[in-house]
Design a protein around this ligand. Sequence first.
Ligand SMILES: Nc1nc2c(ncn2[C@@H]2O[C@H](COP(=O)(O)OP(=O)(O)OP(=O)(O)O)[C@@H](O)[C@H]2O)c(=O)[nH]1
Ligand SMILES: [Mg+2]
Length: 365
Amino acid sequence: MGKIEDQIQDIEEEIHKTPYNKATQHHIGKLKARLAKLREKLERGPGTGAAVGFGIRKSGNATIGIVGLPNVGKSTLINQFTDAESEVADYDFTTINVIPGVMLYRGAKFQLFDMPGLIDGAARGRGRGREVLSVARSSDLILLVVDVRDWDIGVLVTELEAGGIRLNQRKPEITIKRKERGGLTISSTKRLTHVEEGVMEGMIREWGHVNADVLVKEDITEPRLIDFLAGNVAYIPGFVVLNKTDLVPKKEIGRVVKKLRPWKAVPISALNGDGLDGLRESIFSELEFIRIYMKPQGGEVDYSEPLVVKDGSTVGMVCDAIHRDFREKFRYASVWGTSAKFPGQTVGINHVLRDEDVITIVVQR
Ligand SMILES: Nc1nc2c(ncn2[C@@H]2O[C@H](COP(=O)(O)OP(=O)(O)OP(=O)(O)O)[C@@H](O)[C@H]2O)c(=O)[nH]1
Ligand SMILES: [Mg+2]
C-alpha cells in the first residue's frame, strides 16, 4: 500500500482497463466504492464528525451557520441580529473563532454561529476550514453570505460539498435492511437509468452489506448512492445573503438576484440595516417552524409565548415538547385555528397542527 494518491491512481487505471460488461459490473462497482472511500480520506483527512476544535454547544430551536468568504460582512450581520459582539474590520480573517449569538424572533430562539471566512482548500484544512465545516455540518440552516460586488458562490458550495454538506438536496430515497442470512437483494420502485444493478451491488457489498434487502425509491445517481453508503453526509437547507447592497445601484442588486437563480438570494446591508427584517422572516420560513398557542382548560390563551415546533408536527409532538410524560397521559385535545374543522374541534394525538393554532391538551390526572 502506497500513498493514498498512488492507490487512487492504481484503482483509476484498473477501472479504465477493465472491459465493461455484465460479468465485470460487480467488480467495477467494488472498485468505484474503494475509490470513493480513498477520495474521501484524501479530501477530509482525519477528525471529521464532531465539531472538533471550537467546542460549540447547540441550543434553542435551531442553529444557523454563517458561511462566506473573508471580509464579506458575516460578523457585522451577527452583531446586528444577536447579542454577540464579534470583531469587525476591513481585512481578511478578522474572525478566527466560532462566535455564537442568540436571536429571538416570533417566539423562536435561533443560535447563530459567526465563523472565520471559508476559503478555497478549506476542506483540506486551510484557514481552520475543517472546523468551520464541522460547525456548518451541525447547523439546521446555512446562510451563504456574499458581497454583492463579488457574488460567485462557487468556492463556498465546492468546499461545503467536500466537507460532506449537500445544500437543498433531498436525502437519497433508499433503505437497507440488514438480515441474518439470505444474501443481498436489490429492488427498486423506479426504473434505474443512472447506475447498473451489478455496479450497485458491487458498491453496496464493498460497504459491508452482505445480507440485506435494499429498496431503491428514486432513479439514483452514482454520487448520491455513494453519499448514502458513506453515510456521513448532511442534507441542510441554505440560501444566499447578498450583503453590502448599499455600495451598488438598485438595478445591480436585481441583476445579481436573477443571476443567482435557482438559488434564493436575500439582499441586505448589514451596515445600515436594509433588508434585515426580510432576512429574519426568510430564516424563519426556511426552517419551516409553526407557532402553537396553549390554552389551559377553561383558561385564557397564552399569546405571549408560543410553542415553536416544526411544520407538520402533530399533537403528540407538541405533547413531547411540553413534558416527558404528557404523551402517555394524553386523553384528547381541543383545537382552534386553520387545522380545525370548526373552533374547538376535539382531536387525537395524530392530528397535524398549523401555524398559529390554539390548543388545549387534556391529560389524565
Ligand atoms: N458598505 C458596507 N460595508 C459593510 C457591510 N457589512 C460589512 N461591511 C464592512 O466590511 C468589512 C468586513 O466586515 P466583517 O463583518 O468584519 O466581515 P467578515 O465576513 O466577518 O470578515 P472575516 O471575519 O475577516 O471573515 C468591515 O469594514 C465592515 O464595516 C455592508 O453592508 N455595507
Ligand atoms: Mg468576521
